[in-house]
Design a protein around this ligand. Structure first.
Ligand code: ATP
Ligand code: MG
Length: 634
């Protein structure tokens, strides 16, 4: 690739000379047989990338590195819950994955079969994922800790032949038993798995079900010398199913391909994350989420890096734990979520600077809006660039980012950056379907098809839902909608203003929840806030705010709460104008969130309007919503 390409040219070429561009990127992975067509878009919106090519995700993540880096660390497992620290070299990882693949084979799993993985953050979860794609099986990782109901609906949707699980996870020093949840989920589901492989961590009761449950350790012992070659699959062969967070409703089963995904991840490691082979990548996510799939497991391994898998909290034993790992393993790239950064923000910043962070190039965050106070605090605390990027379970890798690996560019706080190469991002007026080309006008963020490699192929088992959900909401044209609302500035930087569902319409003025939240959180007393639009007979809708205070005693008496509410409303008035002023700012001790840390605004809104909050199976702590119910009723 030519040196000194400007990012604008790089992006332009990725769209205008799509096939040539992606052919170059495709050379970053290994193909058993080359593809003969870069992109088949004959049946829009279904895109088929690298047709005719044969490859394997596990080969690219593991086997291909054996010749150059067999003795280099591949997977570093750290648990501050069980006080375990283990590293696997590429050679050792290769062996463990083959053992697991042999177990699958022995249990009758073959190409195209689904394997559901309901696991805590332990190395066996990574082996189970890699071994599945090794033999062409399709994995579906379900976040460990989901209750039986959520698990059951995913079992019925993915219909796995085998389920892999463990006796328990751990969180904050407490054992979280899984087995009874799993048994109950299987009881609730119509589909029945043939076998359940149980990893016994010795933490909780296993109560094996005769004829169904098998013990991982004994099976592994039978396959110590297993040699299971990679099954070469078509580039378009599904590698996994992963469900969205369920923030806006019933989760959607995202189906991912093989070749396109591998290429997209390999390219993103260079162009976005500036990550080099041989370095160490540390993503603090969970394998149950898309960030865990793309940037704990596949991305770093495809790129020949060591990846850290962490079980534990960010502040246990103290807020220095992550940063001590950066020092110890010379982490070069780190990835976390704004919600974790906000947890750290409540701690003494001295914890973050106690360690040698000289190996670290940048800290990336994604998943939720990164508010300016948190971003500023974080970058000052660690003295490193803090870089936002925006994407979705559906896309598998960023849509909006700063591609520093192509051409270094400044970050702007509050913005995840510009359209990423491969994405023909458009801003659309969702009422008229017209494209917005001028700066600073709000619209829905959409992508002109085809979506680039790595994005969802379809909704698992439901092509119709794929087309109806994602490609049918923009009037007059078939475009992919992100269902996020935003603006673009003169320099092409986007700002996410909230989800399209959450746009508030006050007396004809359209406002993003994010704009109001950002304004409220600039008040120094506020730690976190959620804003929703609530039906109002006079104005159509009014904004309602629920805030968590840094120090709850500031609203200890009704008078104090009222005074603080007044101060906060004044801030909104000054920054956004009276039209954006919430009807009320109420104080709560916690906000309802999904287990992946996203605010459940639709549930808050429903409660405020006296409606049924709908599907709450992905909610973290029901007490948060109850608090709001009580406030609204009072
Ligand atoms: P569901 O689609 O089931 O309702 P979800 O949209 O929360 O759930 P995810 O795919 O986990 O599921 O989250 C993607 C969404 O998260 C984006 O559409 C966007 O709303 C939000 N998001 C992700 N990254 C950012 C970011 N950097 N800034 C602002 N918002 C972000
Ligand atoms: Mg979504």
């Amino acid at each position: 690739m030519a040196a000194h390409v400007s990012y604008a040219d790089f992006h332009r070429r990725s769209i205008a000379e799509r096939d040539a561009f992606w052919t170059e990127q495709a050379a970053l992975i290994e193909w058993q047989r080359p593809f003969d067509r870069v992109c088949n878009y004959e049946r829009p919106p279904f895109a088929r990338w690298f047709e005719g090519g044969l490859t394997n995700l596990c080969h690219n993540a593991v086997d291909r590195h054996l010749k150059d880096r067999a003795e280099q660390n591949a997977l570093i497992f750290v648990s501050t819950e069980t006080h375990t620290e283990t590293a696997y070299t590429y050679r050792e990882l290769h062996q463990e994955v083959q053992r697991f693949a042999a177990i699958y084979r022995a249990l009758g799993v073959s190409k195209g079969d689904r394997v559901l993985i309901y696991m805590p953050m332990i190395p066996e979860a990574a082996f189970a994922m890699l071994a599945a794609v090794r033999i062409g099986a399709i994995h579906s990782v379900v976040f460990g800790g989901f209750a039986s109901h959520s698990l059951a609906s995913r079992i019925d949707d993915a219909q796995p032949k085998v389920i892999v699980s463990a006796d328990a996870g751990m969180r904050g020093g407490k054992v979280v038993p899984y087995k009874h949840l799993l048994d109950e989920a299987i009881r609730l589901s119509k589909h029945q798995p043939q076998r359940v492989v149980m990893v016994n961590r010795g933490l909780a009761d296993l109560a094996p079900v005769a004829g169904r449950d098998v013990d991982y350790a004994s099976l592994r012992a039978q396959h110590l010398d297993a040699q299971v070659p990679c099954e070469w699959v078509d580039s378009t062969h599904p590698s996994y199913i992963l469900y969205t967070s369920g923030t806006t409703g019933r989760p959607k089963g995202v189906q991912r391909d093989t070749g396109g995904y591998a290429v997209a991840l390999a390219a993103s490691m260079r162009h976005i994350y500036m990550a080099q082979p041989g370095e160490t990548y540390f993503s603090t996510s969970d394998i149950g989420w898309v960030v865990g799939h793309s940037y704990i497991i596949y991305g770093p391994l495809i790129n020949g890096m060591a990846t850290i898998m962490y079980e534990g909290l960010p502040i246990r034993p103290d807020a220095g734990i992550w940063w001590s790992l950066v020092e110890k393993y010379r982490v070069s790239v780190m990835f976390t979520a704004p919600t974790a950064a906000r947890v750290l923000k409540k701690q003494d910043p001295a914890y973050l600077t106690r360690y040698d962070l000289s190996s670290l190039k940048a800290l990336f965050l994604a998943g939720e809006p990164l508010d300016e106070p948190t971003a500023t605090w974080m970058s000052q605390a660690i003295g490193k660039p803090v870089i936002d990027n925006y994407w979705q379970t559906e896309t598998g890798w960023p849509i909006l980012a700063i591609c520093n690996g192509v051409e270094p560019a400044p970050t702007k706080f509050g913005s995840p950056g510009k359209a990423v190469y491969g994405y023909d991002v458009r801003l659309i007026d969702e009422l008229s379907g017209q494209e917005i080309t001028e700066a600073n006008r709000k619209g829905v963020i959409a992508v002109e098809g085809p979506l680039p490699p790595g994005c969802l192929q379809t909704v698992w088992g439901d092509d119709d839902r794929y087309v109806k959900t994602y490609w049918s909401s923009i009037p007059g044209r078939q475009m992919y909608s992100t269902f996020d609302w935003g603006v673009r500035d003169e320099d092409g930087y986007f700002y996410i203003l909230g989800r399209t569902d959450d746009v508030i319409n006050v007396a004809g003025h359209r406002l993003g929840t994010r704009e109001i939240e950002e304004s409220i959180s600039s008040h120094p007393a506020v730690a976190e806030v959620a804003v929703v639009g609530v039906a109002d007979t006079l104005k159509g809708q009014v904004a309602m705010a629920f805030a968590v205070l840094k120090d709850a005693s500031r609203a200890a008496t009704p008078e104090a709460a009222q005074a603080l509410e007044g101060e906060i409303l004044k801030v909104v008035d000054e920054q956004l104008g009276a039209v954006a002023r919430p009807a009320r700012v109420r104080f709560v001790s916690l906000l309802p969130k999904t287990r992946s840390g996203k605010l459940l605004r639709r549930a808050i809104q429903a409660v405020c309007e006296g409606r049924d909050p709908g599907d709450l199976t992905t909610m973290e702590d029901p007490a948060a919503l109850q608090q709001i119910k009580d406030l609204v009723a009072s």
